[in-house]
Design a protein around this ligand. Sequence first.
Ligand SMILES: NC(=O)c1ccc[n+]([C@@H]2O[C@H](COP(=O)([O-])OP(=O)(O)OC[C@H]3O[C@@H](n4cnc5c(N)ncnc54)[C@H](O)[C@@H]3O)[C@@H](O)[C@H]2O)c1
Length: 470
Amino acid sequence: MANIAVVGAAGYVGLAYSVSLAAFGHRVIGVDRDPGRIWMLNDGVAPIHEPELPELLQRGLATGLLTFTTDYATAIPPAEFVFICVGTPSTETGAADTSAIVAAATAIARQSKGRTIVVNKSTMPVGSAQFVADILAEHAPSGVTFTVVSNPEFLREGSAIYDIFHPDRIVLGADDLDAAHAVGDLYNTLNAAILITQPRTAEMVKYASNAFLATKISFINEVALICDQLDADVDVVARGMGMDARITPRFLHAGLGFGGSCFPKDVRALAAMARENACDSPLLNAVLDINAGMRSHVIAKVRRRLGTLTGATIGLFGLSFKPETDDIREAPAISLIEELLAQEATVQATDPVANAHIAARFPEVRLAADAYGAAMSADAVILVTEWPAYRSLNLDRIANAMRGRLVVDGRNVLDPGKVASAGLVYEGIGRPRNEGAGTRITVLPEAEPLRAQPRPESVIDSHPLASRGD
Ligand SMILES: NC(=O)c1ccc[n+]([C@@H]2O[C@H](COP(=O)([O-])OP(=O)(O)OC[C@H]3O[C@@H](n4cnc5c(N)ncnc54)[C@H](O)[C@@H]3O)[C@@H](O)[C@H]2O)c1
């Protein structure tokens, strides 16, 4: 059992880690500068929506392994390990804002009492392990020493706890191998590969991973826009592509694009790092442009069908940036609401858990308890976030509630034939225009997704394409 302090413990990553590290059997004190959330946490109430989090929070508090405070002087002195989980949002230039890192590292340094390993869990620019080490050294009392280990995080909101317990890999960046192994030992109840490398490389693994996943999404969205013009079905195209074991079907879902607190800001931050170091990053910039364009594409579809948005009533289904979270940071719904309001449309919206966040930001949006309320007297509705409830809507009820007929499926999750059967007009993203016809697709048993077959050495060596590397 280790003594661990988690800084930023009321946020998505910090809280998921606080409860999980306590579940692994460590003694955890979570510290955050938000007193309201810390008060809720000590009362056993999770301030964010995340599956399995409330149960682990209750369990951690009940066992006494987990406590929360706003006071660094309480959290830091007993800690052998301090996890930094504060936010690193975008600045105006797109670079990561490291001001919360500076504040956290300064406070950690001032309160530490002995040898402490500081774990950089936040997504920080390449070079941050040294940056944090320098801040710690500058503010440390005499006799106190620090080692910094970069341990970037890959969890997904909506399945954060599952992902912490089942990581694809754990990446550790450290100059001090003993410190890297000590951090690796904190996770020894998990069955995961651990990659230990230099801090800068570990920091880059995180940015490159997010940028690659974002690139897959923008790639299939660009293909979807071309499918829209050529009357091909992007979903079947993605399926056919995904059956290739080199490609895989994941992150090949055409739609309104990516949002949230990570992909957009991390792609921007990587592009900013490239720019600051005189490197071109045309691909990263295109990924961001395509993503922003998907929101405009959907608005244009609605405007084209209705003639004008001025005075129209538009229903939005789903406001969080993805299902199973209440996080609305950079959610596609935000851009849609801004654009619809700018064009003087009336917006009626609903989300299973994020209504309150939208109400705080857009008081002029009418919020409904469910999709049927958001569809009431609407000229068009847009499915924005693919919450399970919206995949199985009673389409006759939607049709009866609406004034108009248009259903824009921003995530390609509705059955176009069923939408048409309810008397509604379906528009997806990159799906064929022959309304109601559905998509013809046959997958024979022989066409099951190909598994990557290890090829015998001799075949690889003798194969005429071996040198192409594909
Ligand atoms: N959210 C994700 O899915 C995810 C996944 C992987 C990595 N990350 C990275 O993890 C980091 C945190 O992300 P998040 O989504 O949890 O952010 P968040 O905004 O939800 O949480 C940050 C928390 O830090 C607290 N905080 C800020 N400054 C502080 C300080 N000086 N002292 C104490 N507490 C302070 C805030 O009050 C907040 O509760 C970011 O770098 C992000 O890129 C996030």
